[in-house]
Design a protein around this ligand. Structure first.
Ligand SMILES: [Fe+2]
Length: 398
């Protein structure tokens, strides 16, 4: 949907012009201790033989065992625990095969964004009787509902527990593809902040900055709409307030709650709006070098915000206010928002672009992969391959 709102109108830019629809197909159960409601959620969906999709880290932290202990005898669960960070196409195929071999009747995705995205994409293969997930990339390439899916996030970042998309690495082409479709959404998301208490500081930082990027990109995307705007601004407020506290003290339950709610709202915002060029660059880097998604976003976010500044002064000023800043003018507010994002990333010890040591001869390939990303048209300021290239060159000099 085209948005003709002028984001430079200052504080009052309201964005009430778009024609849009808003549906949230996922029931959300949120709060400390709600993991105990997982058996009830499975019963509600008629699932008796779920396949739990997770990773080794979640298993090592004892969370998988805790989930299995919650399940009553009449529910028999299978487990696939080999999902890697930046989930791969062959892992999606392996989950679909495990589902079939086990005779499962539903999916439980337990973990950060990687197991959740892998489970969603496997659900597409299962529904479509497909072999290669690459055949279903893009918007609405799959046409059938996936098997019933319950998501149980263990990190606060991707929002994948309630989003309509999965990002999977095409290992042959070293490209991160997006499968976007309302059919891929979970039926129920069980969001228990207590499960995030054991997340180490570095992962808290990178996943938290991923969530902040979702909120800021959704709020400023060319296709933004007012309901997504509302949840995005509250997400910015929560994440900006709680990320430093969750980073400093992982056992701070209040901060963990704020982060899980912030990331969930940010996920809701970008599912209905979109992400934009920060994610296009981050996914290009992740696909080529297998770098952590949240770290890539944190590195790119202030640079892309500076690039987008001419189109986003009013919106960035509102982001500054959501952060609790009190700028004297829209222009000053917009600058403060960028400064605050850069400072937050530094405060939670995230690197800068030069720390990646990306060879300059790869810049063109990164720019081309970024441009090919589905979300490039959502960037508020038009982005060509050459624009991506000059942004990468200028970043490498800072
Ligand atoms: Fe993301």
């Amino acid at each position: 949907m085209q948005n003709d709102t002028n984001y430079n109108e200052g504080y009052g830019a309201e964005n009430l012009n778009p024609v849009f629809s808003f549906a949230l197909p996922t029931k959300i159960i949120f709060g400390s201790g709600t993991v105990r409601e997982l058996p009830e959620a499975l019963k509600e969906l008629g699932i008796r033989k779920p396949l739990i999709v997770t990773d080794e880290g979640v298993a090592a932290a004892g969370i998988l065992e805790r989930i299995q202990r919650e399940l009553p005898r009449e529910i028999r669960a299978g487990v696939y625990d080999e999902v890697s960070p930046n989930p791969k196409d062959y892992q999606v195929a392996a989950v679909a095969a495990a589902y079939k071999n086990f005779g499962a009747d539903g999916l439980v995705a337990l973990g950060g964004g990687s197991p959740v995205d892998c489970a969603k994409a496997a659900g597409v293969l299962i529904a479509e009787s497909g072999k290669d997930i690459r055949n279903f990339q893009g918007k609405n390439a799959s046409t059938k509902p996936i098997p019933p899916l319950v998501t149980v996030p263990t990190t606060a970042g991707t929002g994948s527990e309630i989003t309509f998309s999965a990002v999977i690495t095409d290992t042959e082409n070293r490209f991160k593809m997006t499968i976007k479709n309302a059919w891929t959404a979970a039926k129920i998301a069980v969001c228990d902040p207590d499960l995030t208490l054991s997340v180490p500081p570095a992962v808290t930082a990178s996943t938290g900055m991923d969530a902040l990027t979702h909120a800021i990109e959704a709020y400023t995307a060319a296709c933004a709409e007012p309901i997504a705007d509302a949840v995005a601004l509250y997400a910015v407020e929560l994440i900006y307030r709680h990320l430093p506290r969750a980073f400093a003290d992982g056992n701070n339950v209040e901060a963990r709650r704020g982060m899980l709610m912030g990331s969930l709202l940010a996920g809701m915002a970008f599912s209905h709006s979109d992400v934009a060029s920060v994610h296009c660059l981050a996914e290009a880097l992740g696909g080529m070098y297998d770098l952590p998604h949240g770290v890539c976003n944190a590195v790119m976010l202030p640079h892309v915000m500076e690039y987008n500044m001419p189109c986003c002064v009013g919106r960035y000023a509102r982001i500054a206010r959501a952060m609790g800043l009190t700028p004297d003018s829209g222009v000053e507010g917009a600058r403060e928002a960028v400064r605050a994002v850069r400072q937050l990333a530094a405060d939670v010890r995230l690197p800068v672009f030069s720390d990646f040591h990306v060879p300059e001869e790869d810049f063109r390939a990164i720019a081309e992969a970024s441009y090919k990303n589905l979300s490039t048209p959502s960037n508020p300021r038009p982005m060509t391959t050459e624009d991506y290239l000059s942004l990468l060159r200028s970043m490498s000099k800072k």
